[in-house]
Design a protein around this ligand. Structure first.
Ligand code: BG6
Length: 463
């Protein structure tokens, strides 16, 4: 039997752009625009326009989540839905009414709202006008949007986040070209990473002004991918050290400790690509660290030395310092192409305890995406997703080992409640405890929903 404390939070995570659908939305985010201009970039040509129709179905969807034992829901407010004019942060009446209804409905269903302010969904106009997150003016506009959210919803929402996975914005939108605007530019990506850290600190400063009550807290959600060297050879170990600093510490340290990793700063400085920062900004980052941290964990990073000499790649890319490698014999989620390595949960928990002042933190996403789940449906139409239950069990057991060693982990949020639209992969991989038939929007509990309910009611499960 694996048992968690009575006050452990059992939740689910999702996001506005992946669930709501674009009904009554005045503005496009970068994904909406990308879908309109290049639908073939998305699995099966399916875009975010309908998603799982949370815009219309939120009441029924929340009731179903409650039946699945979900006691807290992390979702996001879309900048493109709430705001009419980004420069002044004037409000869109329909957007305000919609998010008010959603938050009220969460509370009515005994689901605690955890509200995130950015889930990859930059308004495309702000990219066209200013270059998106490369611009410090966009940082200021984001703070204005955040202030509106705190003023509108801060009376009912205690738990806030500035960003989901800034690393995915940096890598996807500015470094490796996976996501629109598909820029491939190392130095620009360095500046974006800094600007997002700065934006997070500025939003936290604004939050302290708007929501000073002690029960209100704000954090950031980071996707941590612990970096493990391929061998004990010093060249592989050095590559893993750089990858750890670049992928994880570049976001973790400013958020929790208020400063950037010194070795990484030294390397970027020596390479002539360090971000543009002022001393006032660095002080602001130092003074506005998070109250708690959300950690999304899916896969580790296996690293080996790069096979190019550091100075041979021009223009600069971080790949001159490390190379990802596929460990022989690793266990894979073949559909998603990600390694399954639950043990990293213990390593993350220990890292929080040893290096981050044992800050309160929780798993803000963890889950298993599987394609073609119809093949696992029984005669009653219930998806028998034992693989998902096993995945959660393995990860929770590893997490519990870290908690038993003293890590201050306060909850576990599964990705996700209801199958949702997922960026380029659209509906290819399903992650939900609840199935969504995207043609009829019929939603049905999977076997894992019953398991999760039992878990959240008893705080324990049979091993
Ligand atoms: C996380 C994101 O990185 O992974 C989610 O915060 C995303 O938005 C999830 O959906 C699963 O990844 P994917 O690409 O399989 O949807």
């Amino acid at each position: 039997m694996t048992t968690f404390s009575k006050d452990f939070i059992w939740g689910a995570a999702t996001s506005g752009p992946q669930t709501e659908g674009n009904f009554h939305k005045q503005h496009q985010n970068v994904f909406d625009y990308w879908f309109e201009t290049e639908p073939t970039a998305f699995d099966n040509g399916v875009g975010p326009d309908t998603a799982s129709d949370f815009y219309h179905d939120y009441e029924a969807d929340l009731a179903l989540m409650s039946q699945a034992g979900i006691k807290a829901l992390r979702t996001s407010i879309q900048w493109t839905r709430l705001i009419d004019d980004f420069e002044t942060a004037s409000l869109n009446a329909d957007g305000v009414a919609y998010y008010n209804h959603v938050i009220d409905a969460m509370i009515a269903n005994h689901i605690t709202p955890y509200i995130n302010l950015h889930h990859f969904d930059l308004p495309v106009e702000l990219y066209d006008r200013y270059g998106g997150w490369t611009s410090k003016h966009v940082v200021e506009l984001f703070v204005k949007f955040a202030e509106q959210c705190f003023k509108l919803f801060g009376d009912r929402v205690d738990n806030w986040f500035t960003f989901n996975e800034p690393k995915v914005v940096v890598d996807g939108q500015y470094l490796y070209g996976w996501h629109y605007p598909q820029i491939v530019d190392g130095p620009k990506a360095v500046q974006v990473a800094y600007n997002m850290n700065l934006a997070s600190a500025k939003v936290i400063a604004k939050f302290r002004e708007c929501c000073p009550q002690s029960e209100k807290r704000i954090g950031i959600i980071l996707n941590l991918t612990p970096a493990y060297p391929a061998t004990a050879d010093p060249a592989d170990v050095a590559a893993a050290d750089f990858a750890e600093a670049w992928s994880n510490e570049m976001y973790l340290q400013p958020a929790v400790l208020g400063h950037f990793p010194a070795k990484l700063v030294a390397t970027l400085t020596a390479d002539g690509v360090l971000w543009d920062a002022t001393s006032e900004e660095l002080t602001l980052i130092a003074e506005n660290t998070v109250d708690y941290l959300g950690v999304n964990y899916y896969q580790p990073l296996r690293v080996q030395r790069p096979d190019i000499s550091p100075k041979s790649l021009q223009p600069w890319m971080p790949d001159i310092y490390f190379k990802e490698y596929q460990m022989p014999g690793r266990i894979m989620n073949v559909d998603r192409g990600w390694e399954i390595y639950p043990e990293a949960m213990t390593d993350i928990a220990n890292n929080m305890r040893e290096n981050y002042g044992n800050i309160p933190w929780f798993i803000s996403e963890n889950g298993m995406g599987v394609a073609g789940e119809e093949r696992f449906m029984d005669a009653d139409g219930v998806v028998q997703d034992d693989y998902r239950i096993d995945f959660m069990k393995d990860h929770l057991q590893a997490l519990k080992r870290g908690i038993d060693a003293g890590s201050n982990c306060i909850g576990y949020f599964v990705w996700t409640a209801i199958d949702c639209w997922s960026w380029n992969h659209a509906y290819h991989n399903r992650y939900g405890l609840i199935r969504d038939d995207i043609h009829t929007q019929e939603k049905t509990l999977k076997k894992s929903a019953a398991w999760f309910k039992q878990l959240s009611e008893s705080n324990s499960f049979e091993d």
